[in-house]
Design a protein around this ligand. Structure first.
Ligand code: MCN
Length: 783
């Protein structure tokens, strides 16, 4: 069976994962290893008057305790956000200072003030509890509303009114005019609930300073070890770049939350130098809730105008985005360029205007979480469309169909230029699979059993393959976002592919090998994917924004082109034919129309050890490439969810869920289906179960699995995942990313279904039984 592009081969890496042989950061033991624990603020906003370590220092096993003043005294820089956003009035964003160990003030519960190093984990934790910190409690702003109130406390001195920025995109006047002239305007207030990322493997780091070599090694749970090394050396000055090796070994899920450089990584590296020990820290689940960057948390007011035929004439959006206490690496881009640029959805909308107010609060920093900005956009657009259809008395599918974009390339009013898609095709495929036409009969059957039945659609689009350097460069990011690859064919014909992408659950060891297998006809087991180590791969931009396929693989394709060109030249020379007569298949270089060929190992040996190379050819078969995408890719699809609600309890059951996606060329359909399943599960979690809650004084009320509900198998239906693809025109394989789509398209489909079942559109996520029950009864009372 072919193992090339399109083959549903099983994941190579699963053998070690399913037999417990994965090697995660916490599995690694260094010689001379000590353990770190952090002293964390119990208050959401407090002045640090004094840190008394005298009792803790004399406890068993304690090696050292260091604080923020020492850290900054050693010249360790502040954590920064790398994407500069300019406000409407031209002023720069207000980035509050974030030291890895807080110095004068703490700004959220969990903000670290000191690091304790001890011989064992238990000793480090016990000593951290014995550190006596004298805090002066300050007033707290735990919500957007509290942070924007007239009497709100000032969280950062340089951010008046707790404003990060007041940004805008699109044409305000034209949009206002279009709305003023619209035949119908749909208005909504929409909340996008705050989520905790919850990767299976909590964050972990082991930092080692080798005094003899004057060299640092950091093992860490990162999605982008090269960016970590760059930022740690260039911006935080923890160690010089050439003396710092960062390794992200097996990583058990990230979902965006492991792309930042967190305080703990900085503090452990610095402490390893201070103590001359390897310093290991592994988060427990409560620490993860308290300190992993959260996602979403938007409050939005939106108005969408329609003409008399139901065509959208304008869309105006005003969003307040919660940043938490500090700006982390990508946070500024999430509610701006990753959100507002997708507000055209799959629709032809002539006028769009969006303004975003970024707000500091005394909560955990908020940054990217699977989809990052795009789920917020898709939720907004698809809730508006569904609501408008109900108000206009139109079938939601028909209203969408009237407005779909059908010609490509399509320039939206909010920067993005869509290259391809068949939006109606995906919608029709999903409608057929779900038997849209038979819904009324199923609803009647449910009613006869005392149940409420609803159906909801979402036609999402997202931008992934992040990102064309020219685009991100012009939008304020200081960096380009290409990817690199190196293909090394060894003398006996095995192949190593070095990539700057990082796999933490997405199956790259398999799919990347499939691209090589497809090209040369070699078995995937003879291809090794090397990633996640800055000493092996020179540089890379890492994995997020569903970029490893469209961008990472494209770099591999470019490197393969170069290797193939060299093989052809060499084979033609050795077989004494012209290059045009050489075909490469079944791991051989064959001469067309003859039985002459070179076996794969013969090519490898000739390239490395042969004495008969074509004139001017250097030995070896090793080629590298950088690929900078021409455009984002635009995966899209139609999700249809059908639910049954028990009006007595508000309990909702998803009775069917159909996804029809367009991911362009599919490398491995089984892996893609798995990615969609995972994304849908996360989307169902956001829609029905998950929410980070804070008390007024900034205590996280949902910092354990007793209080934060993750979806379980029995919360989920059997998903039907279909594909109706168009070819992406802007990368060599014609593929579109698939890693976030499920999480982006699902929440609106679920909420559209539940609100249609209960006859009350006033329902915010998560649609818990209590909320659904209250909404059913509110609708009854109103009627
Ligand atoms: N693929 C394919 N055909 C396509 C598109 C993708 O076969 N047309 C394959 C790729 O080769 C890759 C996988 O599907 O093996 C996902 O590819 P892609 O969509 O490019 O996404 P990335 O590999 O860049 O992964 C990032 C993406 C994001 S942004 C989040 S968040 C996320 C996700 O992937 N986090 C995950 N999926 C995750 N899955 C797991 N298990 N754990 C996470 O943390």
């Amino acid at each position: 069976m072919s193992q090339g592009i399109g083959a549903p081969v099983k994941r190579k890496e699963d053998k070690r994962f399913t037999t417990g042989k994965g090697k995660y950061t916490d599995d690694i033991r260094m010689e001379n290893q000590a353990y770190a624990a952090f002293v964390r603020s119990p208050f959401a906003h407090a002045r640090v008057r004094n840190i008394d370590t005298s009792a803790a220092m004399v406890m068993d096993g304690v090696i050292a305790i260091h604080n923020g003043a020492e850290l900054t005294g050693d010249g360790i820089g502040n954590i920064i956000c790398g994407w500069a956003i300019t406000s409407k009035d031209g002023s720069p964003m207000n980035m509050g200072a974030w030291s890895a160990l807080a110095t004068e003030k703490t700004r959220y519960v969990g903000d670290a003030v000191a690091i304790v190093i001890a011989e064992t984990k238990a000793q480090a934790r016990a000593a951290a509890e014995a550190v006596d910190v004298d805090y002066e409690e300050l007033p707290v702003a735990a919500t957007i509303a509290a942070a924007l109130a007239d009497d709100a406390p000032q969280i950062h001195e340089n951010a008046a009114g707790n404003i990060v920025y007041d940004w805008e995109i699109g044409e305000r006047d034209a949009t206002d005019k279009a709305l003023a002239n619209a035949a119908h305007v749909t208005e909504m207030d929409i909340t996008n609930n705050r989520l905790s990322p919850n990767p299976m493997e909590p964050r972990s780091a082991i930092a080692t300073f080798d005094e003899a070599e004057d060299h640092y090694t950091l093992y860490t749970t990162s999605q982008n070890p090269h960016v970590a090394r760059l930022v740690l050396s260039a911006f935080y000055q923890v160690a010089p770049e050439h003396k710092l090796r960062v390794i992200a070994p097996d990583v058990g899920g990230g979902f965006g939350s492991k792309i930042y450089i967190y305080p703990e990584e900085i503090a452990c590296l610095w402490a390893s130098m201070k103590t001359n020990r390897s310093v290991k820290w592994t988060s427990d689940r409560t620490e993860a809730f308290l300190t992993d960057a959260h996602g979403r948390d938007h409050l939005t007011k939106a108005r969408m105008g329609f003409d008399a035929e139901g065509r959208i004439v304008g869309f105006k959006v005003s969003t307040k985005a919660n940043f938490g206490a500090y700006m982390s690496l990508f946070s500024s881009a999430v509610p701006t360029y990753l959100y507002a640029t997708l507000l055209s959805g799959t629709y032809n909308i002539p006028n769009i205007y969006c303004e975003v107010l970024g707000v500091y609060t005394n909560t955990v920093p908020v940054d990217a979480y699977r989809g990052a900005g795009r789920p917020e956009a898709s939720y907004l657009v698809e809730r508006m469309m569904e609501t408008a259809a109900r108000e206009l008395g139109k079938d939601p599918a028909e209203l969408r169909n009237i407005n779909f974009i059908r010609e490509f390339p399509h320039q939206t009013p909010v920067i993005m230029n869509y290259d391809s898609g068949d939006f109606e095709g995906n919608m029709r495929q999903a409608m057929e699979a779900t038997d849209w036409a038979g819904f009324a009969a199923r609803k009647a059957e449910s009613r006869a059993r005392g149940k409420l039945r609803g159906i909801g659609m979402s036609c999402y689009i997202e931008a992934c393959g992040i990102a064309p350097s020219a685009a991100v460069g012009s939008l304020g990011a200081g960096v380009g976002l290409w990817e690199s690859a190196e293909v090394r064919m060894n003398p006996v014909g095995t192949i190593e592919v070095l990539t700057g992408s990082h796999s933490h659950g997405q199956g790259h060891e398999t799919t990347f090998a499939q691209v090589v297998a497809d090209r040369f006809g070699v078995p995937i087991d003879s291809v090794q994917i090397v990633h996640g180590d800055t000493d092996k791969v020179q540089f890379g931009m890492g994995t997020y924004g569903s970029r490893s396929g469209p961008v990472g693989m494209s770099a591999i394709v470019k490197a393969l082109d170069k290797v193939e060109a060299k093989i052809r030249k060499l084979a033609a020379h050795l077989l004494e034919v012209s290059e045009a007569d050489i075909v490469i298949e079944d791991a051989q270089a064959k001469v067309v129309g003859t039985n002459k060929s070179l076996a794969w190992h013969e090519i490898g040996l000739a390239a490395y050890t042969g004495h008969n190379l074509p004139e001017g050819m250097e030995p070896g078969l090793k080629e590298g490439a950088f690929y900078d995408p021409l455009n984002f890719t635009f995966p899209m699809g139609c999700f249809i969810c059908e639910v049954e609600v028990d009006p007595q309890t508000g309990k909702t059951e998803i009775v069917s869920f159909v996804a029809s996606d367009d991911f362009g060329t599919i490398i491995n359909p089984m892996i893609v289906e798995g990615q969609v399943h995972g994304g849908i599960a996360q989307g169902v979690g956001q829609a029905m179960l998950e929410e980070v809650r804070y008390s007024e004084d900034g205590q996280q009320l949902s910092a354990s699995y007793m209080d934060y509900a993750m979806p379980r198998a029995d919360d989920l239906p059997n998903f039907e995942v279909l594909h109706h693809g168009t070819t992406c025109t802007t990368n060599p394989l014609g593929m579109k990313g698939c890693g976030e789509a499920g999480a982006i398209g699902t929440p609106p489909a679920v909420i559209n279904a539940i609100t249609s079942a209960i006859g009350n559109n006033d329902l915010n996520m998560p649609a818990t039984p209590a909320k659904v029950w209250a909404a059913i009864n509110a609708a009854r009372i109103a009627a």
